[in-house]
Design a binder for this molecule. Structure first.
Ligand code: 1GP
Length: 231
């Protein structure tokens, strides 16, 4: 069984975007720790199942990050379920989850489910718009959310999401300093080894997304954080 606590680097693939077999192979055969499938727009049963079956040829953990009920399906190693802590819409706190449990609760293997305390911090991102997230947060706000996740909700994962832009290092640090048992994932705008290193020094796990589709070579270079930390 895979242990997510060991993950340092994850590639996040958007099922609504095209990726060639060659690029997919390069990602899956790199030293990344896992592939996560997830996105905000146009996530359908068809495109998720298609991408899942392509990634499944490779021997690495595969995660579905749940975006909607329509695209949930068996066949993944883990299901990451976000609860967006700074969303103004309760649907994104527990509304979708409540619906999902009503429908699928009887057949869920909860050992495969990881509940993520999400903070969406890039106001321009699609995910911030869809979830109506309150992105203007002070350091104290972030610390309180981190404390909520670590000490109150006791969630296994907190995810700082700057999707599409490189985050504010000080804000990520503020969250990190409040976490003792919760694993910190950081995702957003990582496009070089330097950025990957900088965020990996603060977070436990970094997630690399968009750059896969604009510059695959740069995306692959971010995996080198693993060699450096294993030295
Ligand atoms: C998106 O956090 C991930 O959900 C990664 O962000 O796409 O900006 O790399 P980018």
């Amino acid at each position: 069984m895979y242990d997510i606590k060991e993950w340092q680097h994850v590639f996040k693939l958007d099922p609504a975007k095209d990726i060639s077999d060659k690029d997919l192979e390069a990602l899956c055969m790199s030293e990344t720790d896992a592939i996560m499938i997830g996105g905000t727009d146009h996530i359908t049963e068809d495109n998720v199942i298609h991408l899942m079956s392509r990634v499944r040829r490779y021997p690495l953990p595969l995660v579905l990050e749940i975006s909607n009920l329509e695209s949930i399906m068996p066949g993944f190693d883990f299901y990451f379920v976000p609860t967006v802590l700074n969303s103004k819409d309760t649907k994104y706190h527990n509304g979708i989850l409540h619906k999902a449990l009503k429908e699928y609760g009887h057949m869920i293997n909860f050992d495969e489910v990881i509940f993520e305390g999400y903070l969406v911090l890039n106001a321009e991102s699609k995910v911030a718009q869809v979830t109506q997230s309150e992105t203007e947060l002070t350091t104290e706000d972030i610390e309180a959310y981190a404390q909520m996740v670590n000490d109150m909700y006791k969630l296994p994962v907190m995810y700082i999401e700057y999707s599409g832009t490189y985050g504010d290092v000080e804000q990520v640090k503020a969250a990190s300093q409040m976490l003792s048992t919760t694993q910190l994932f950081y995702g957003g705008g990582i496009s070089s080894l330097e950025e990957a290193k900088e965020m990996k020094d603060i977070a436990d796990t970094i997630v690399v997304g968009n750059i896969i589709y604009s510059d695959i070579k740069k995306a692959l270079k971010t995996v080198k954080i693993k060699k450096e930390s294993n030295k």
